[in-house]
Design a protein around this ligand. Structure first.
Ligand SMILES: *Cc1c(COP(=O)(O)O)cnc(C)c1O
Length: 433
């Protein structure tokens, strides 16, 4: 087989077939990544082929993930792929946000335009294809967030049964609603996230269920194409920076791998610097860099209103370290206040996003103020999720009722409050004049 699963800690000695049902190395426990040793076509031929596919109506070509399938050739054929036309997300100019951040220009690549409203779809199409390649009938994850929404959609579309395990306490209703609608069997367990993960791993083996948690290396492969699509859209002109939020750090891992492979294939000359932004109350990766530590110390009680990045023990941190090191990247944290200001600013651009995504603009603003990012630098910021994922946050912000996790009221600097008016044209005319 051309592609193998390779333990990142022991790449020479721990190599496994893509026909095996494994998530981490069964020898050392190391994270796995896919390695393909087949030679690729010449870079100009690839760029031409990928561009031509945009005019094709073939479902694989219409997909913003599978269009780049030369970088995803793990199977002899692509007949297990389930596509909902994921990817194809736009790059948007946002002058008002640039001004907010102190930049001449900024561009947003908006992954919220995906079929279920987040970048999880880019990875899930690949993870579900592998589940079908392995002949699995059921897939599972532990999540109440975008992962469960996405897994539910792709599994159901592909004729698999999605099963979602929910820890007690933290339920994000907007995202859970999608999972229910897309047909996920939803099991609420009276235990915390880590306990449920252990439970699910036991059950997965016993019942033949394929796990699609963020540790799954096939999801990372799909997500790396976000950067390939971005470069294609930028006519292969590298930006100076790519800025993204960090939760489990799967995307950080994926983007780094994407740039390594594009460099190796001669598709780009230089990788952009990555800037990973975490919320201050949930920033174990930033802490690790601040302390100059070589291993991550988990935060047992992560807190942020940006629930998609409320992760205390990010599984992909060893891969994320490589992404940061390779790209001369930086890590930074931002406050709840900074996230809420940035989010409202992105909204005012007519774009909008969920709170975790807005951490990027808040981070850019901070890095420009610190002189790390120069005002003339070319910056692409990744908006990871759709504005309607978290309407509760939006409504509370604009009605000046948004409290941080400690219960302190945030300042709604850009509040846009609904106004109650009498049923009287004169009164309303006066108000609007
Ligand atoms: C999952 C998610 C993140 C965090 O991404 P990681 O790969 O876990 O770092 C950020 N924003 C949104 C909207 C997400 O769904």
């Amino acid at each position: 087989m051309p592609a193998e699963l390779v333990a990142i800690a022991h790449p020479e000695t721990e190599r496994f077939s893509t026909d095996e049902v494994i998530y981490t190395s069964p020898v050392s426990g190391s994270l796995l990544e896919l390695q393909n040793s087949d030679p690729l076509p010449a870079p100009d031929a690839l760029k031409k082929l990928w561009r031509e596919r945009r005019m094709s109506n073939h479902p694989l070509d219409r997909s913003g993930v599978w269009r780049y399938r030369e970088l995803l050739s793990f199977w002899p054929k692509f007949d297990h792929v389930v596509s909902l036309s994921e990817g194809n997300t736009p790059i948007l100019d946002a002058p008002h946000a640039a001004q907010f951040a102190g930049l001449d220009h900024i561009q947003f690549k908006h992954q919220g335009y995906n079929p279920t409203g987040s970048f999880k779809d880019n990875g899930m199409t690949c993870g579900v294809a592998q589940a079908r390649h392995l002949g699995m009938n059921r897939v599972a994850c532990v999540s109440t967030g975008n992962t469960s929404a996405s897994m539910a959609a792709y599994a159901s579309a592909g004729g698999l049964q999605p099963i979602i395990f929910i820890p007690n306490g933290n339920i994000a209703y907007g995202k859970l609603a999608q999972a229910l609608e897309y047909g996920a069997q939803t099991l609420q367990v009276d235990a915390n996230f880590d306990e449920i993960l252990a439970l699910v791993r036991t059950l997965a083996e016993r019942l033949g269920i394929y796990l699609l948690n963020s540790i799954n290396p096939f999801r990372i492969e799909g997500q790396k194409t976000i950067m390939v699509e971005m470069m294609d859209q930028l006519d292969w002109n590298e930006p100076d920076w790519v800025v993204l939020p960090g939760g489990n750090l799967g995307n950080t891992a994926a983007f780094g791998k994407g740039f390594r492979e594009m460099l190796a294939a001669g598709l780009i000359k230089k990788a952009p610097r990555l800037a990973v932004i975490q919320a201050e109350g949930s920033a174990p990766f930033v802490e690790m860099y601040k302390q100059g530590a070589t291993a991550l110390t988990a935060n047992p009680k992560p807190e942020t209103l940006a629930t998609a990045i409320r992760i205390g023990d990010p599984v992909s941190w060893p891969k994320a370290v490589q992404s940061i090191d390779d790209s001369n990247g930086v890590v930074e944290s931002v406050t709840e206040q900074e996230i809420s200001d940035a989010k409202a600013t992105i909204g005012r651009c007519g774009i909008g996003c969920e709170p975790a995504s807005a951490a990027t603009l808040a981070g850019v603003r901070k890095l420009v103020a610190a002189g790390v990012i120069k005002p003339t630098d070319r910056v692409v910021s990744i908006l990871t999720g759709h504005v309607l994922k978290d309407p509760d946050y939006v409504y509370k912000y604009h009605t000046e009722k948004l409290d941080d996790p400690q219960g302190n009221r945030l300042v709604s600097r850009f509040a846009n409050k609904p106004v109650v008016v009498p049923n009287d044209p004169d009164a309303i005319a006066e108000l609007l004049s």
